[in-house]
Structure formats: C-alpha cells, structure tokens
Design a protein around this ligand. Structure first.
Ligand code: ADP
Ligand code: ZN
Length: 435
C-alpha cells in the first residue's frame, strides 16, 4: 500500500518544525490553563508565567498532574471557560469516590474526532469502509470517540455497542462490515459465537481491519485475533484524560503506535525519580494536551509503562512511536518478592494452542504465605476430561510460567466459557490479599 495521509502537512512535518509547533501550542495551552482554578494555583505556587515557556524542554519546570488531582478537583476545577461553552463530558470508570471527568467544548470534540479519523485513515481505512463499533457507548470514550471519528472519515457507521454477539454477527453480515472496533478480550467470545452458529468469520464476513485497544494485550493475543478473523488487527491507545481513543495508533505497517505529537506532548519518565529516562528505555508515559481548550491537562502521569521507538517509521509519519504498553504501574502485583505484570502471564498462555482466550489470576494470603492461582479456559477443540492429560498440560504451563516470573504458580485448566465475563474491559487479576 502506498503511503498516504489524512493531513499530510501535519503528519510529515520535519521534527524540528514539529517541536517548534509544539512550543507555540504549549504557550497557548498554558495561557488557557491559567484560567482554571487548579492551574492558576499550581503556577502561582511555583512562580511560573506562561510567557516564560520558550522551548519544549521548559516543560520540565512544570509539576506533574495526577489522577488524584483530577479527582480532587472534580468536576469543574480544571475548567478554563464558561460552563456554557461545554458541550460534553466523559469520565473514567472509577468505582469509589470521584471519577476523573473531562469536559469538552466544540473545538475539543472536533479536534478529537479529527485525531480518530487520522488514526483510522493511517491503517488504510477510507470513506468507502463500513465501520462497526462494538465498544460500550455512554461515559466510556471508546463509543462516541470512534463514532464521531469514523463519521468524520466518512465511513458508514454501525453503532452496535458492546455485547449481544448474535446481533453483532447479523449486522456484520447484513451490512458488509469491513472494519470494527472492540476491546481485545471480547473478540475471542465473539469468535466462539460465530462457530456455534456454523459460521467462520474468515469466510462469512468482509472484515479487513479490527481496531483493538483500551486494555493491555500481548502480541500473541493480536496474532490470535488476526488468525481467528482472517484480517489485520491494529493496536489503538487512548485514555479518557487525553480525550479517549486517538492518542496513539498503529499505521498500515502495524509497527507499534504513533503518538500524535502535534496534539500531545510526550515524555517518558522514571516512575520513581520522575526524571526523563534515556531515549528507548521503558518508563512511565507522561502526556500534555496541546490542542484542548476547555480542559487542558499538563504533564499527566498516565501510569502506563512503555518506551519510545525513535527510528522513523516506513510510513513517513514523523510522529514518534511508543512500544506496546507493558502494563500500568498499578496493575503490577508483588508475590513472593517477584514483580509480576498480568501481560507476562498472558504471553505464555496465548502461545499454547490448547488454551482459549480467557484467564484469571487469583492471589490469596494463606498461613503458608501468598498463593497465586492461574485459571485458564481450555479451547473447545481441545476440551477433555481426561485427568492425566490435563495434569500434564497444567504442569507444562506451570513450568513455563515459573521460567518467566521466577516462582511456580498453581495452574488450573477449566472448561470453555466457565470464567466470569464482563461487558467492558476484562478483569484479569483478583487480589484477595487486600482487606
Ligand atoms: P478507565 O479504564 O480508567 O475507566 P480509560 O478507558 O480512559 O479509563 O482507560 C485508559 C487506560 O486503558 C490507559 O491508561 C491504559 O492503561 C489502558 N489502555 C488503553 N489503550 C490501551 C492499549 N492499546 N494497550 C494497553 N493498554 C491500553
Ligand atoms: Zn507508521
């Protein structure tokens, strides 16, 4: 496929010019931020004036913003304009206390839709495509975020929302869906429903592209999804605090995600010292909005761990790429002195063909110390109640996991479909050790 762009002048801007543009936008963002109750105090406390900002490196003079800051200043503390100008809000799924809420004016919604359109275009999607959004609508940004982005691109859109697999399949087949968006953990279940109905998505749909994101997943999971659906799956990164989807996206080369640096200033810092890590090393991603008016967020600590890929991409876009998210610093758990990310477990499980797509890690405190149980659903084709055969496979998996995480967890293979399911993001860890 030839290289083509949604906004060629921005997407291929030489890096020097891109940095100049970032500094210009940053001055505007800071001037606006100062209008909010929260940032006017932050700036006053450190004696900072927006006009002091000269080059992008000056960002380091500013303090970080955390999710706790957003929650403590909920709902309007970061607002820079009159409430009359707000046209929408979204918020994170926090289950206790205040969520982190984001407020958008008309410009912000247009800018966000444009970034989602740009992202989808970069994968090869065009206005002739038929797009089905299988993500939850409502407060979750994956619904309306993709909806308006796909409309801006000019696709015919099917706002199917999450769940109801039979209806998803019917819509997909009746309207000839060519591309779709979903959390990766749902796609295994959708595939199972195709099979139960005697259908094969490889032959019985016209799918060419899937956009998968909103939750951490491994390269092995992507490969499985591509094999199940016989099409390409593109990694999509976003978060409510940064609008929603459309922050980072893979281009047609599927070579990790471009961060749209004309709209987001990207830093990677050491989560302990908060100093920048050397380029290419893993650290916590910190993002500043460069194109948001109603509620700019400066140096936001995402908690997501990744690294910058500095080499230019074959596509010609100058926006740098970040590596697949390794996990959130708050997803990591410590057991028997070892630091474990759920994605490490996932990578091992997804390499084993007998294992299906869903798994659950349960941590318990016992008088003999902490225990970790890994339950994984068996693939329906390999389902067996032959106990010795199961035991052999469980042992093999436990050995492979112990090579990765440095101690041997308990492994239990369970019948297909037996683990609890959620409609949105999958729950992979149940930590019963906490209160
Ligand atoms: P919440 O889950 O808190 O309600 P969001 O939907 O805004 O709110 O979640 C954003 C988070 O989802 C990110 O900070 C990141 O941890 C995760 N995430 C989003 N996209 C991806 C992706 N492509 N890969 C890994 N993690 C992702
Ligand atoms: Zn690229």
């Amino acid at each position: 496929m030839e290289n083509s762009f949604w906004q060629p002048e921005v997407e291929t801007l030489p890096r020097k010019e891109l940095e100049k543009l970032q500094a210009e936008k940053m001055r505007k963002v800071l001037a606006r931020a100062q209008q909010s109750a929260f940032y006017s105090k932050v700036f006053a406390d450190i004696g900072f004036k927006p006009e002091d900002f000269k080059t992008v490196d000056d960002i380091r003079r500013l303090p970080f913003t955390t999710k706790d800051n957003l929650r403590a200043n909920y709902p309007f503390g970061l607002l820079t304009c009159s409430k009359d100008d707000i046209v929408r809000m979204h918020c994170t799924s926090g289950t206790t206390g205040n969520p982190a809420a984001v407020l958008y004016n008309r410009h912000d919604l247009d800018s966000w839709a444009n970034l989602v359109a740009r992202s989808m275009f970069a994968t090869g999607t065009r206005s002739s495509d038929i797009f089905q959004n299988m993500s939850g609508y409502g407060l979750f940004t994956g619904g309306l975020g993709f909806q308006y982005g796909a409309e801006k691109l000019g696709c015919m859109t099917i706002p199917a929302a999450a769940g109801n697999s039979k209806r998803q399949i019917k819509l997909m087949r009746d309207f000839g869906t060519t591309c779709a968006h979903s959390v990766p953990s749902y796609l295994g279940r959708l595939h199972a429903v195709f099979l139960e109905n005697g259908l094969d998505p490889k032959k019985d749909t016209q799918l060419k592209r899937l956009f998968i994101g909103a939750e951490p997943h491994s390269e092995e999971t992507r490969q499985r999804i591509q094999e199940m659906f016989g099409c390409k799956a593109f990694n999509s990164f976003g978060m409510t605090e940064m609008n929603g989807p459309g922050v980072g996206f893979e281009c047609q080369y599927q070579a990790e995600m471009h961060i749209w640096e004309d709209c987001y200033l990207l830093e990677i810092v050491d989560p302990e010292t908060l100093e920048p890590v050397p380029e290419g090393e893993i650290g916590e991603m910190v993002i500043t909005t460069l194109d948001r008016q109603a509620m700019p967020v400066i140096r936001y600590r995402t908690r997501d761990l990744t690294r910058i890929i500095a080499e230019p991409c074959k596509c010609g876009r100058t926006a740098r790429r970040i590596d697949r998210i390794k996990g959130r610093s708050d997803d990591m758990f410590i057991i028997k002195g070892c630091n474990v990310f759920p994605i490490q477990i996932e990578r091992i499980l997804m390499k084993i063909p007998n294992v299906a797509n869903d798994y659950l890690i349960t941590l318990d405190a016992t008088p003999e110390g902490d225990t970790m149980l890994v339950e994984a659903e068996l693939h329906p084709d390999f389902f067996t109640d032959d106990y010795p055969q199961l035991k052999t496979l469980q042992h093999k998996i436990a050995r492979e996991l112990s090579d990765e995480i440095l101690f041997t967890p308990l492994v239990k293979l369970v019948p297909p479909g037996s683990l609890p399911k959620t409609e949105g993001k999958a729950v992979r860890v149940k930590d019963n050790r906490k209160g």
